[in-house]
Design a protein around this ligand. Structure first.
Ligand code: GDP
Length: 457
């Protein structure tokens, strides 16, 4: 995700501040200037950024900083990071959607948006996401404006094995929408998704069509789809759509490819339109729930505990979960735990997505688009760890790894000494991050992220 660059810049600014011997007004200002620069580069509106820095300065007691209380440096540093976290959450918080469909109860969800925004792709992603969770979704193509729209939806739906409805001959989108919704209601589908025609410009006739489809199908929820590359211009677009149709939720697409993603998200939030999902790629499963706190946690490299825990609950066998979680909360990160984590990660599927949820397992180990390479690297690390003794695997003291042990491991696994050393460096990096998790209350499935709760405390 290009957004990772924004997160990286902000984290670096915070890191630089924490490296300073004394945190005074000058150091704080430098840090905030860096953060400001990063946010403006991501096209976040100037006023939002200015308000954010003003608030942080208000929260952080500058007199305290001026006195240069060295002893309290750690507290100050955490305090400032927390203030940055909370302020970022504030500018990205889009509020709650007007309606949330319930599994087993029939709901009609209508998608609207400009042509090319990713609307048709997103309809299928939305259906597929729910289908995986046990829903019975169906797709209706009420786009008679764009040639090939029905074919595209049909192709996507077939690939995902989702029932679909459309017509090559009927030219009235309202009729198709009504027929499709009726058909799927009879088939007891609980999530009937209506894809409408895209708008080139905000042409009156097409807006009128959107209104007519809405009136005839009475959707429980209207989702507006927009492309993140427009940055802060998202504000005007979201407002315009809200004025024409009862937009209840927003999905922002193409968050993988555009540096302006932060600008788009904050602009949509400013219109108080709730963003519920983001699109992070062209594939069906490159689609993520948008929840502001876990999102900001991940952006700042703090990890998304709730997303990670959900994955753990999904993938790690039940009987192994308590033990693993216990080890994590103890903060001792041994090579064996790293090995087990790698095993889980290899099992977890779309590996890039899972990685970005793990604290520390960031873009460095897992750059997007290079998943295959990263997977090979993990397998290589695991082969080397296969040549370690139990003592080595269970120790959390890297000093145990003497030169002779490293040479033995390299020989035993058929790898080079420098590769074993590289793996040990990776281990040390991760161990440092995981040690910060010590004492962390691990949330149960479905509970809010422990990190977010700590942040609120
Ligand atoms: P529509 O005209 O609004 O229905 O847009 P489409 O669904 O046809 O999408 C337009 C283009 O955007 C297609 O090439 C999609 O593959 C692409 N697309 C959609 N969502 C995403 C996304 O989240 N990331 C990326 N990279 N591409 C996307």
């Amino acid at each position: 995700m290009v957004l990772a660059q924004l997160g990286g810049s902000i984290s670096r600014a915070l890191q630089q501040m924490s490296n300073a011997t004394i945190i005074d007004e000058k150091v704080l200002n430098e840090c905030l200037n860096e953060i400001t620069r990063a946010l403006l580069q991501a096209d976040v509106q100037f006023k939002l950024v200015r308000d954010m820095t003003t608030n942080i300065k208000k929260i952080v007691n500058l007199d305290d900083l001026a006195a240069g209380h060295n002893k309290r440096r750690i507290i100050q540093q955490d305090f400032i990071s927390l203030a940055v976290f909370n302020e970022l959450c504030k500018i990205l918080d889009p509020g709650k959607p007007s309606f949330t469909p319930k599994k087993g109860k029939p709901s009609v969800v209508m998608f609207v948006g400009l042509q090319g925004s990713g609307k048709t792709t997103t309809c299928t992603k939305y259906a597929y996401y729910h289908q995986k969770k046990g829903w019975k979704p169906a797709l209706v193509c009420a786009d008679t404006f764009r040639a090939g729209a029905f074919d595209q939806l049909k192709q996507n739906a077939t690939k995902a094995k989702i029932p679909f409805y459309g017509s090559y001959t009927e030219s009235d989108p309202v009729k198709i929408a009504v027929d499709g919704v009726d058909t799927f209601k009879k088939e007891n589908c609980d999530l009937i998704i209506v894809d409408t025609s895209g708008r080139h410009k905000q042409e009156a006739a097409l807006f009128e069509e959107m209104r007519q489809v809405a009136e005839a199908t009475k959707p429980d929820l209207v989702i507006f789809v927009m492309d993140s590359s427009i940055g802060q211009a998202a504000f005007d677009q979201a407002q315009a759509f809200k004025q024409s149709v009862a937009v209840g939720a927003v999905i922002v697409t193409k968050m993988d490819g555009h540096a302006k993603g932060g600008g788009a998200l904050s602009a949509v939030a400013a219109t108080k339109s709730p963003v519920i999902f983001i699109g992070t790629g062209e594939h069906m499963d490159e689609f993520e729930v948008f929840d502001v706190k876990p999102f900001v946690s991940r952006l700042l490299g703090m990890g998304d505990w709730s997303g990670f825990m959900d994955k753990i609950h999904e993938v790690v066998p039940m009987d192994q979960q308590p033990e693993l979680l216990q080890k994590l909360s103890e903060g001792h990160f041994t090579l064996r735990i790293m090995y087990e984590q790698f095993q889980n990660i290899l099992k977890m599927g779309p590996i890039g997505q899972v990685f970005s949820m793990l604290p520390g397992f960031s873009a460095e180990l897992m750059p997007k688009g290079r998943e295959k390479e990263s997977q090979a690297k993990i397998k290589r690390y695991m082969t080397m760890m296969d040549s370690m003794t139990n003592e080595e695997l269970d120790s959390s003291n890297p000093k145990l790894m003497t030169d002779s042990r490293i040479m033995r491991i390299a020989r035993g696994s058929g790898r080079q000494v420098h590769e074993v050393m590289e793996m040990m460096e990776e281990y040390k990096r991760l161990a440092k991050i995981w040690s910060k998790m010590k004492g962390l209350k691990i949330p149960k499935k479905g509970e809010m992220s422990a990190l977010s709760r700590n942040m609120n405390a």
